[in-house]
Structure formats: C-alpha cells, structure tokens
Design a protein around this ligand. Structure first.
Ligand SMILES: Cc1ncc(COP(=O)(O)O)c(C=O)c1O
Length: 432
C-alpha cells in the first residue's frame, strides 16, 4: 500500500517559493544576492489600509465571519468592478478568497470533469498548469509568441478549442511577460470564444495586475465585451495593487449567483472564512481615494525601473527584451547567452534524469544565482509543457533601482564567465 495517493504526484508548484531557501544558502557563503525573483511589490502597505486593520483588531474583529466574504467588502468589490468594467455586478456574485490564488485551482475542481480540456497561457502563472492533471483534466498550453508582444493570438486560441474545452485562462497584465491585450485583441479573442465554445465554457480572467499599467495604458477586461460577462469569471485581489501579499485577500466575480454559492461552499470546506480584519482593510483599500495615490506612486517607481532595466537589457550582449506594458516583471529572451556560454552543449552532457528536471535557461538561472548573486526565475517556472528550446528569464523589478543596476552588472559579467560556467556544470550541484 502506498502512503501517498497517486493524484498527489500530479500537482506541480510555484517555483518562486523554492528560490528563498536557495538565496539563504548563497548568502550564508557571504555573497549578497540581488532579489529579482520576487513577485511582490517592495512597498509598505499604505498607511490608511494598515490603520483600518489595526482598528479592526482593536475592536476584536477576529472571529468567524461570512464564508462568502463580508458583505461590505463584497459591495466594494461589486462597485469597483461595475465602475471599472462597465458591467452590472451583484455582491451575491462575489466570493472572497485567501488571496488571488485559491480560485484558480478551485475553478478547475468546480468546472472540469476528467478528460475536459483547460487552455492557459504559456508562459503564464504556474498555478494554471499545476492543477490541471491533479483534477484529471487535460492541459492545453496556449503558447504566447514574443513577436506578438506575448499577447494571446485569437487564431492560436481558435486552433486549441475543441468539444472538450471547458475552461480558458487569460491574464492581462500578464505574469511573467508584462503583456497587455488591446481592446481589439480582446474583441478578437471574445469572438473566437463566442463562436467556437459551448455556453458552459468558462473564461477565467485573472486581472490581479489590473492597477499596474505603464505609459498611460488603461485596464480592459474581456468581461466588458458584449456577450462575455455571462461566461467570464473576473478574478483579482489586494496582493499586488496594495502591496499586501501577506494579507491574503483575493476575490472572484462569478457569472451567476449559483456559481458563487458553489465556491462559497468550497470556502466553507477548505477555509471556513477569511480573516475579517483584513477584509475590512481591503474594503478601505477599494473605497478610499487615498488608494489611487499610493498605487500611482508605486506604478511610477515601477515604470522608472522598467525603463532602466529594459534599456540596459537590450544593450546587453545576448539579450533582447520586450517592453512590458504592465505588472512588474521583465521577460528577456536569453537565447544569445545560451549560445555564448554553450549551455545547450553542456545540457546535452547531463544525465537524462537531470535533463528532465532542468533546462538551458534553468542552468543559467542557477549559475547566475549561485555564482553571481542574482536571483531570477527560469522559463520552466511558467509552464513546462512544450517549452523545450525556449530560453527566457523573468526578472522582477520589485527591487530598488540601485539593486537592479547591480543585478544587470552581474548578469553582464556572468555572460562572459565561460570558465565559471564550465566549473559550475562540472561540480554538478544545484542544476535545477
Ligand atoms: C497572475 C497571478 N495570479 C494570481 C496570483 C496570486 O496572488 P495571491 O498572492 O493574491 O494569491 C499571482 C501572484 O503572483 C499572479 O501572478
């Protein structure tokens, strides 16, 4: 008898959480690490939100509460969605979750039977792919193309849709590419979905980076396009907009109240409810005029860093980098580095079991971290299926400007360090 169920081996993970212990390991050797791996804003929680959380704690608001989310927060979410997406939303369609992440996997549990197909962007947030086989569904990665600015091509999507398609994930602004879809692109995607999909197919529109947009871009949701509200789950949360990843407040707006009730029941089964003091803080975050100021301050810092980082990356040997229009990541193509350090040749010399766990971009990621003190994420951390031969890294720009400068200095040195790379491969440690 096996201790662990077969299903358990089918779930993957979010590698960003794996890098923390590696950083500690490197820093214990005396090498300072620049953290370009982290998917969380490096700003404090805005004071008006913090004050409300403290006030609620002082009121002893620390007990069980509505498993769907407190009504005042659901009203604030419905109001925000109505005004920003120009669609009508009832608070009864809203469910609050412990972060933006839980409704991703729960949606697969609710909507998919074994054999149903799930379409998701690749590169994309790893949790979309991670859950699919665990629930017995079939992953259908929609490969985003660099030459299209990593947007979703409607014709690529059309080719993936079949009679088994059940759930389609979209994520704009995107992690890890920073890609943003234009209204025209969203209209084309919506047209494909409306013409090719059964009415019971759901679109999961992950809009968690909705407030982090550059160059005056405005957020557009596919739910705002005629005929899409009825089939779209709009998901977002407080983690990124309010620099509050530890608050664990996320939400989803479902197409119907009945669907919201099903997710509320899952909340009862898994979480009971979400901390009420943080929900009150999130209510203030969504309703206070001060939030727009704190978001604007953060976004302007991100934009300054993006300009510096993308400018330098595009001048660096072996690298090309798209200009992200939102979120706080850059996603350079490092094919030239892979060639310069002959990484593919080294990769081929590794035992097959190691090859399966790593990739050329993973080898560079690890070399950069362990030998040059820069923590990044590899291509494989954003979807594994069908990514052989794709050489990218994700750098988070949620790190101070001078640290980012240092990261780029070190990256340029690493590209020239052929001897160091040979030694790293020979040592055979930390290759994935
Ligand atoms: C696209 C996307 N969706 C959801 C999440 C999850 O956010 P949270 O920390 O609120 O669970 C993240 C976090 O990195 C993300 O990048």
């Amino acid at each position: 008898m096996n201790l662990i169920s077969d299903r358990t081996s089918l779930i993957h993970t979010e590698n960003a959480f794996k890098v923390g212990p590696y950083i500690r390991e490197v820093e214990e050797t005396g090498l300072h690490v620049v953290r370009c791996n982290i998917g969380e804003p490096d700003f404090p929680l805005p004071a008006h939100i913090r004050d409300e959380v403290k006030r609620q704690l002082d009121l002893d608001n620390v007990h069980y509460t509505d498993p769907q989310g407190i009504l005042s927060l659901r009203e604030a979410i419905a109001g925000t969605i109505e005004s920003t997406r120009k669609i009508s939303v009832s608070p009864q369609q809203v469910v609050v979750f412990p972060g933006g992440k839980p409704p991703i996997g729960l949606s697969q549990q609710v909507y998919c039977n074994p054999g149903d197909e799930v379409i998701y962007p690749s590169p994309g947030f790893p949790i979309y792919e991670s859950f699919i086989r665990y629930v017995g569904a079939v992953p259908k990665p929609l490969h985003l193309r660099e030459e299209l600015g990593f947007s979703v091509s409607a014709s690529d999507l059309a080719e993936l849709i079949s009679s088994r398609t059940k759930l389609i994930y979209l994520n704009f602004p995107s992690n890890p590419t920073g890609g943003v879809a234009t209204l025209k692109q969203l209209e084309e995607i919506a047209e494909v979905i409306k013409s090719k999909c059964d009415p019971n197919v759901r679109v999961y529109s992950d809009e968690i980076y909705e407030n982090i947009l550059f160059d005056g871009e405005e957020h557009v949701s596919i739910a705002s396009i005629a005929g899409m509200r009825e089939k779209t789950i709009i998901a977002s949360g407080a983690s990124k907009s309010f620099s509050w990843t530890g608050g664990r407040i996320g939400w989803a707006v479902f197409p119907s109240i009945d669907e919201a009730k099903i997710f509320t029941n899952l909340n009862i089964n898994y979480f009971s409810c979400i901390p009420p003091y943080n929900q009150e803080g999130a209510r203030v975050a969504l309703t206070s005029p001060k939030s727009a100021e704190s978001i604007a301050e953060m976004v302007s810092a991100f934009q300054e860093r993006r300009d510096m980082v993308v400018g330098r990356l595009n001048k660096a040997p072996g690298v090309t980098c798209q200009n992200p229009k939102g979120a706080f990541y850059v996603f350079p193509n490092i094919a030239g580095i892979v060639t310069a350090l002959e990484i593919e040749k080294h990769f081929e010399t590794l035992p097959k079991d190691i090859q399966n766990k790593t990739s050329p971009s993973t080898l560079f990621q690890m070399f950069l971290l362990f030998k040059h003190g820069v923590a990044t994420m590899d291509r494989k951390s954003f979807g594994q299926i069908g990514t052989a031969g794709q050489h990218y890294l994700r750098l988070s720009i949620a790190t101070a400007l001078d640290e980012l400068q240092l990261a780029l200095d070190r990256m340029e040195k690493a590209v020239d360090d052929n001897d160091g790379f040979n030694d790293f491969i020979k040592a055979g440690q930390r290759l994935f």
